[in-house]
Design a binder for this molecule. Structure first.
Ligand code: ZN
Length: 501
């Protein structure tokens, strides 16, 4: 469901934001506190009108509990104390009689009716390799987890597990996986990746509850489980917390596709809307995808990671206060979180390079009459010039220099064959309708709420005269996929000069 046109919305290409009334009225209230700015179309490459900077919102996640229920957990997760699940001891005879195999590992007892194969045999090892990574991430002493053990039912035919007494009577129905204390239940999945992913997801819940008695509000509980479960595995090395490089690396995971599809449908979510997630079964898969994106973004972003990780010491708090306090902890930086979150989700793709797409903060000053020469790096995303311009200004822009915009795979050159470009870009390849390497310009108000102007950009290429449609700060970047910035090298020199009549 989408809100009406009175909400914040802009358009540029196929991208537009609109608050999505995702879960509850508290979400709506929060979205309104974001409420933006009137926008008008300009006539040049930067078309967006902005209103002056607004003061920071005291809180962005609505704490209004008078009319709204407290956030409720998402439908799939831990809901029962481990003790309740342990009441009925398991009967090995009954389990064997159903043809269910038992595989013992150091930290895991696996029950499955699946035929044995190498992927399934590796599951105990996967958990063994994950535990030290969770311990390090959450600052839990490894000794504390030395004797920790979970049981996992990997289920193809549910009735066999019912008959074997492996399913607690109080276990709610679930679609993919469920953590019931230290007993984990996973429905068999069509890919080995997704099977491991679900094991890691549910075991993350169990680990967090074991150590912190809670895992934060829904977006954090599910987002952290997703983030810590998204992994690479080569048969020997397990690496958690990975941004998937390609779709083929994570078959059936699908979170990035969900976000891309929703953004394309103008249903992109602001980060504070995700923090307001409550219980909503119909939108469950969306909620997992967005929660993953939020945790992944905050944890991986070089400027936002420290505050996020420090705040995780409060993970035992599953109330809305957790999110409110996180926003407060960011303080003025919350403006940047909001701005860069939007850049992230609007351009999300496999391999999105959050670090290179991060936008460095530059002190803002007015553009005077003297020409300014701004270096623009090819291996980074949007870069602030720090130059404030005002509506009606005419600017002459020229860009000089050569840079590497891509490296073509080559058997003879390990580094790849560099594709060199100037500011006009190269037409060998296009990204989002513009030549790779072409200089792009945008206008944003970094200290304001609402949608970022960085979604509304235009090509400037080697240069030209432009009319500034509204007040704001100038940003530049070269056109490239956010997953391929690491291949780039070099800097453009962009000269910006006011034209006075
Ligand atoms: Zn979960």
């Amino acid at each position: 469901m989408m809100c009406s046109g009175s909400q914040n919305r802009f358009s540029m290409g196929s991208v537009a934001w609109c608050c999505l009334l995702l879960v509850s009225c508290s979400s709506r209230e929060a979205a309104q506190s974001d409420n933006p700015v009137a926008k008008q179309k300009g006539t040049t490459s930067t078309k967006r009108m902005q209103q002056p900077a607004q003061p920071p919102a005291p809180v962005v996640v609505s704490p209004n509990t008078q009319t709204q229920p407290a956030m409720q957990p998402l439908p799939i997760q831990i809901d029962g104390p481990a003790a309740a699940a342990r009441k009925n001891p398991l009967d090995p005879e009954k389990i064997r009689a159903q043809g269910i195999r038992t595989i013992q590992g150091q930290h895991l007892t696996l029950y499955t009716d699946m035929p044995t194969n190498a992927d399934i045999q590796s599951l105990p090892k996967i958990l063994e390799l994950a535990i030290p990574q969770w311990c390090e991430y959450f600052h839990v002493a490894p000794e504390k987890m030395a004797a920790w053990k979970v049981s996992v039912c990997l289920i193809q035919e549910r009735q066999k597990f019912d008959a074997a007494g492996l399913i607690p009577a109080t276990l709610p129905s679930f679609e993919h996986g469920y953590a019931f204390g230290n007993r984990l239940f996973i429905n068999e999945q069509p890919s080995a990746y997704y099977r491991r992913h679900l094991l890691l997801h549910e075991a993350t819940h169990a680990f967090m509850f074991e150590n912190f008695s809670s895992a934060g509000p829904p977006w954090c509980m599910e987002g952290m489980a997703e983030f810590l479960a998204t992994h690479t595995w080569d048969g020997t090395q397990l690496q958690l917390r990975q941004m998937p490089k390609t779709k083929e690396d994570v078959p059936y995971w699908g979170r990035i596709k969900i976000i891309k599809d929703q953004v394309a449908e103008k249903k992109g979510l602001m980060i504070q809307e995700i923090m307001n997630f409550g219980s909503d079964a119909q939108l469950r898969l969306d909620a997992y995808a967005w929660s993953w994106a939020a945790c992944s973004f905050l944890d991986t972003h070089p400027a936002f990671q420290k505050t996020f990780r420090e705040h995780l010491k409060n993970i035992g708090d599953s109330s809305p206060e957790f999110s409110l306090d996180l926003v407060k902890a960011y303080g003025e930086q919350w403006f940047q979180v909001r701005q860069q979150w939007q850049v992230f989700v609007m351009n999300i793709e496999y391999g999105f390079d959050i670090a290179r797409e991060s936008i460095d903060v530059v002190e803002v000053r007015p553009l005077e009459l003297a020409a300014e020469v701004i270096p623009v790096r090819a291996d980074r995303g949007w870069q602030s010039t720090g130059l404030r311009v005002t509506a009606g200004m005419k600017l002459a822009i020229t860009a000089t220099g050569r840079f590497v915009i891509h490296r073509e795979e080559s058997e003879n050159q390990p580094q790849g064959i560099p594709w060199e470009s100037e500011a006009g870009g190269i037409t060998l390849r296009y990204h989002r309708g513009q030549p790779l390497g072409k200089l792009l310009i945008a206008l944003d108000e970094p200290q304001q709420l609402g949608e970022t102007g960085l979604s509304n950009y235009g090509p400037v290429g080697a240069g030209g005269d432009i009319m500034i449609p509204s007040d704001g700060v100038l940003y530049f970047r070269v056109n490239d996929s956010p997953s391929e910035l690491a291949a780039n090298e070099g800097t453009l020199q962009v000269t910006v000069q006011q034209i006075t009549d």
